[in-house]
Design a protein around this ligand. Sequence first.
Ligand SMILES: *Cc1c(COP(=O)(O)O)cnc(C)c1O
Length: 386
Amino acid sequence: MIPYSRQTVTAEDIDAVVEVLQSDFLTQGPVLRRFEESVAYYCQARHAVATSSATAALHVACLSLEIGKGDLVWVSAISFVASANCARYVGAQVDFVDINATNGLIDIAELEKKLLLAKAKNRLPRALVVVHLAGQSCAMEEISALCSRYKVSIIEDASHAFGASYRGHPVGSCIYSDVAIFSFHPVKPITSGEGGVVCCNNAELVRKMRLFASHGIERDEERFNSSALGEWYYEQQLLGYNYRLSDIHAALGLSQMNDLDEAVSQRNSIAKQYDALFYGTAVKPLTQGDSVLSSYHLYIVTFPSKEIRNHAFTSLREQGFGVNLHYMPIAIQPYYQSQGARIEDIPNAILYSEIALSLPLYRSMDRSVPEQVAAICLNCLDGDNM
Ligand SMILES: *Cc1c(COP(=O)(O)O)cnc(C)c1O
C-alpha cells in the first residue's frame, strides 16, 4: 500500500539520535534546548517550548491562557479532534466555525458574522483555534483583526504547517496570534517520532507553559514564592503535567530540521505535479491563497459529488493507494454530539467531508504515483453518474 504520508529518516538523523543515546542526557538535556532554539529561530518567534506532542502543547496553551470552566472556545470545523479536545481538557465548551469548502480553512465571513452575533448575545469565546489545514496558513491578518476587535485569543493549530509561510512570515512567528503549535508526529512534514512545539512571543505565557509541561515545578530561585531552604529546593506552583519531550526525540527533530526547506520544496513540487494533472478537470485541488507557501502536509482534492468521491476512494484503495479523508467534521463525532455540538451551523464542513480526499504525498514517493493516482481519480468522473 502506498500511504497518504510517511516519514523520511536519513542516516544523519539516525546518527544524531545515537549520539544522544551515548550522551549523559536522554531527557532535559542540551539537545532539547537546541531543538527549541532552532524552531524559534526558523519561525522568527521569540520563544519555543517543546512538548511530548502537539496535543500536549495545545493543552498547556489553553491552561496558560487561563481558559477554563464557563469559557467558550471556537474551533475550525474541519480538523483533527485534538484541535477541540484541548478546550475540553480545561473544562471549556466548544463551538465550531464553518469552513470554506474550496480551501478547507476557516471562513472569514462566517467568523465575522458569528462574532457579531456572539457579541450581541454576550457569549463571545475566550479563544479561537484556527487550523492551517494541509499546510496552508489561514488568512491570519483578517482573523487577527477580527479577534482583537472582540478580544478573543488566537491559537494557531499549525500541526500541518511547519515550514509554511504567510505573507512572507514563517508560520509560527505569532505575529497574528498568541501561540502557534506544531506537531512532529511521523505523518507530519518533519518528525521527532512523537513531539510538539508551541511558539510564542509572550514571555509570561511561555513561563507558564513550561510550568504546566513539567509538573508545575519552578526551579528558578528568582521566581520562588518562598525563600529557598537549600540547594535542593524547588517549588510546585501549580498543577502541571509531565509533557516534556525527551532529548532522544529532540535529536531526531533537530536533525530533520536540516532538511526542512528541502522537504517543503519537494512536497510543493509533487503538489504541482498533481495540480497539472487535475488542471481543467472536475477534480479540484484545494485552492491556495496568493501570499502563502504551503508545507503541503497533505494533498487534498474535492470531487463533484459524494458518490464520485466514494467511488474514487474505493478504487484507489483497491489499487493500493492509501488515500484518506482529512477530516470528518469534529462536531459529528459521538463525543461532541454528546456535548450538544450543532451541525446545522457548519454546512460547508459537511459538504467538504463528503467530497474531499487526501492523495498520497511524501518525499520518497515514486514520481510515477501522481500520474497513476490522477488517472484513477479522473476515471471515476467518466460515466460515473451513480
Ligand atoms: C496531528 C495533529 C494534532 C495532534 O498532533 P500530535 O502531535 O499527534 O498530538 C493536532 N491537530 C492537528 C490538526 C493535527 O493534524
